[in-house]
Design a protein around this ligand. Structure first.
Ligand SMILES: *Cc1c(COP(=O)(O)O)cnc(C)c1O
Length: 715
């Protein structure tokens, strides 16, 4: 890479500015703050927290802002603390060693995605897709695989959630202050580096921000330039805006702008990986480049396919976005001329039936037609995707044209609680980056019962503190009575079986199954000892049925005896997700098969010794075995929706009453729930290596990137 224009110097300059604000013995904190490597080193994270616990939480765990705002006195106090200084020095050393040991290559993988969930303080993600992208960048870095992420820098990011007293969700947005984020504006010759994308016939100026996460870099594009018209500046305002024209414009900035930005920075990827269809226009831009250089359409398309990989995430037809030809022509009128091709040729790429002029244009067909490899994100999703797209990619498993799968996974060091990290460091050395099949994992079988249970108790207790404090203040914030608000704190216990359900509230995830039998739910929640459940998640602003589900949940909470045992927490984000998956004993997932492509929150629960109760869909369809958790509804065939709902609700409640409660509360002579602990141990030993992002990145490397990795930058 040409280090002059890829933001390296900008990062050095910005780090230098922050370092000058710090006492000399602490100045290394500046370079640590600008590399999200710290986010998967809990001991480094706690350094920031120690500077000022209150400020740390007030600035949303953003270390750059923390250091910018820290007072002279706070800093001086720590500058004279020898022990603190020693930990800073160690963090500085370890980060340098980490980077030095992973030199990367000059031809990285370009990983393009509309959202990246690296950390709570970088609010450019909405849910699972972004979290996966973040985990993948981190795992690639740990494995020394050179990767640059390409995404969008959203002025207002994702929405904030507020629930009113009637249980209805409201949304609001806040603008992010880019000067305070661990992101640096990429410049060239002292001016922002820019590329242009033609949208509505106007040249829209696109700027580039750089974020570091280990050796992975993330380049984020925005259209906030003063040179742009207000409506063009709005393009990168919010994640997944409702306005369809703005969305097409976002995808043009991401795909076309993304490729141009890499070129402008002198970055020559060996492969472009389109993570979901949003970035599909990147392949069109690559096509344009070849056509411009004189290739025929067929040669150009063949070349593009040899350098593009595509991952689909959406088994629900409606989730695969389509746009009418009229919409696309209105937002991107110059596209055919730039390609030197007619609309016909372009539009044929976006249809499942190339000759059906009435069919709208889809991002997924476009990506499928211009990628060499295509993959789904779980075994089951692979089957669904092959059937769904067989017109475009013939269904024979293993055929080059077909759709394979790489099951999603989670970045262990990001998700696993520090208590487990300590235990693993003692019993399972090398676990952080061990591959699937490594003998290291066998050591999990040696974790003693008492130690496993001590960790589970500590984690449940920590979550309980959080639940009590958040639920009381959220209830008061909604204008609930003080009595009712306080019941949240009184009813929630440290030692009661704790269930978690946290995910995007979409109808197919069937949160409503839990509330569909209020009497049965109330009996379990009001039981002694019974169980308690914490629920979190956002409904898409336009998804009224999903919002109604949240409202039902609030009604359930009005049943006497339940008020303190069922809690909804607002503002589900990476930080709350981490607390929930660490603290809950049982993780609930009830998607209607086969709508869940993979699901990853259950994996985050597994790595923290949580057990699963889930329908056999997504990842759980390939992970489940008796003794490792519970399968709702069994492997029965799909039935009409209502019947399936009834069957799965019955199965869910029966499992809870007949199997789960007894297993959790049966104690042996030592006072330990030995059956429950045996399941935790088996689940961790069997599933953790498979659903660790180390396995996922190795699969991508071997199955998807493999052939192109060593070819260098042919693009
Ligand atoms: C892991 C995660 C998700 C995805 O969870 P699913 O199980 O796939 O629904 C969504 N949002 C956040 C904040 C997460 O951490």
């Amino acid at each position: 890479m040409v280090s002059g224009t890829d933001g390296t110097r900008d990062a050095e300059r910005t780090i230098g500015q922050l370092a000058r604000h710090l006492p000399p013995t602490l100045s290394a904190l500046a370079s640590i703050a600008y590399n999200y490597w710290w986010a998967w080193q809990p001991w480094v994270e706690s350094l920031f927290e120690r500077i000022s616990p209150e400020r740390w939480s007030r600035c949303g765990m953003n270390p750059v802002r923390l250091l910018q705002e820290a007072g002279h006195e706070e800093l001086e106090r720590l500058a004279n603390d020898r022990e603190f200084e020693a930990v800073v020095a160690r963090a500085d050393r370890e980060l340098r060693t980490y980077l030095r040991e992973r030199p990367g290559t000059t031809a990285p993988i370009a990983y393009m995605c509309a959202e990246f969930g690296i950390h709570r303080s970088l609010p450019f993600y909405a849910g699972g897709l972004g979290v996966l992208a973040g985990d993948l960048l981190k795992a690639a870095s740990d494995q020394g695989l050179a990767m640059v992420g390409v995404g969008l820098f959203y002025r207002e990011g994702s929405f904030h959630q507020h629930i009113d007293a009637s249980g209805w969700q409201h949304e609001y947005w806040q603008s992010t202050d880019s000067d305070r984020l661990p992101a640096v504006l990429v410049t060239n010759d002292g001016r922002p580096l820019t590329v242009h994308v033609s949208i509505h016939g106007r040249d829209v100026e696109v700027r580039v921000w750089r974020v570091d996460a280990g050796i992975s870099r993330l380049y984020l594009l925005d259209t906030e330039s003063a040179a742009n018209a207000p409506s063009d500046r709005w393009i990168t305002s919010r994640l997944y805006v409702g306005n369809r024209e703005v969305r097409i414009a976002q995808y043009a900035v991401l795909g076309i702008g993304g490729v141009r930005a890499l070129r402008a920075m002198g970055i020559a990827p060996c492969l472009v990986h389109l993570n979901e269809g949003h970035a599909a226009l990147a392949a069109v831009e690559l096509l344009r480049e070849r056509l411009r250089d004189g290739s025929s359409w067929e040669e150009a398309a063949a070349h593009v396919r040899s350098r593009v990989a595509f991952t689909t995430h959406t088994p629900v037809a409606a989730g695969n976005e389509t746009y009418s030809a009229t919409e696309v022509r209105s937002v991107l009128p110059d596209l055919p001329e730039q390609l030197g091709a007619g609309w016909d040729a372009l539009e044929a790429l976006g249809r499942t039936d190339q000759f059906d002029e009435a069919e709208p244009l889809g991002l997924t067909p476009l990506a499928l037609r211009l990628s060499g490899t295509a993959n789904a994100v779980s075994r089951r999703h692979g089957e669904v995707a092959r059937a769904m797209w067989r017109n475009i990619r013939p269904e024979a498993p293993g055929a080059a044209e077909s759709i394979s799968y790489v099951t999603n996974a989670v970045h262990l060091p990001t998700w696993i609680a520090v208590e487990w990290q300590d235990l693993f460091d003692r019993y399972v050395p090398g676990w952080r980056t061990a591959a699937l099949g490594s003998e290291v994992w066998g050591m999990i079988g040696r974790l003693p019962d008492a130690e496993i249970w001590a960790v589970r108790n500590a984690l449940r207790t920590r979550l309980a503190r959080e639940v009590r404090s958040r639920s009381v203040s959220e209830r008061l914030g909604r204008g609930e009575g003080v009595r009712y608000a306080e019941s949240a704190a009184e009813g929630w216990r440290d030692d009661v079986l704790t269930l978690g359900f946290a995910r995007r509230i979409a109808t197919y995830k069937r949160l409503y199954l839990i509330t569909s039998r209020p009497d049965q739910a109330a009996r379990l929640l009001g039981g002694n000892p019974g169980l308690q459940i914490v629920i979190a998640g956002r409904a898409h602003p336009q998804d009224e049925p999903a919002k109604a589900t949240v409202q039902q949940l609030f009604r359930l909470n009005q049943v006497p005896g339940v008020g303190g045992r069922g809690v909804f927490l607002e503002e589900y984000d990476l930080d709350l997700a981490r607390r929930l998956v660490q603290g809950c004993d049982l993780w609930v997932n009830l998607p209607r098969p086969p709508r869940e492509a993979s699901g990853t929150s259950g994996m985050k629960s597994v790595v923290n010794g949580g057990l699963q109760i889930s329908t056999l869909d997504g990842w759980w369809a390939e992970a489940y075995r008796p003794g490792l958790g519970w399968a709702v509804g069994g492997a029965e065939e799909h039935a009409p929706d209502e019947e399936e709902d009834r069957r799965d609700t019955e199965s869910f409640f029966a499992l809870l009453e007949n199997e789960i409660l007894p297993a959790f509360y049966d104690r042996d002579a030592a006072g330990l729930p030995s059956r429950w602990i045996a399941m935790i141990r088996a689940s961790m030993q069997e599933l953790l290596p498979t659903f660790s992002a180390t396995r996922m990145i190795m699969d991508y490397r071997d199955l998807i990137y493999g052939p192109t990795l060593n070819k260098g930058a042919a693009m």
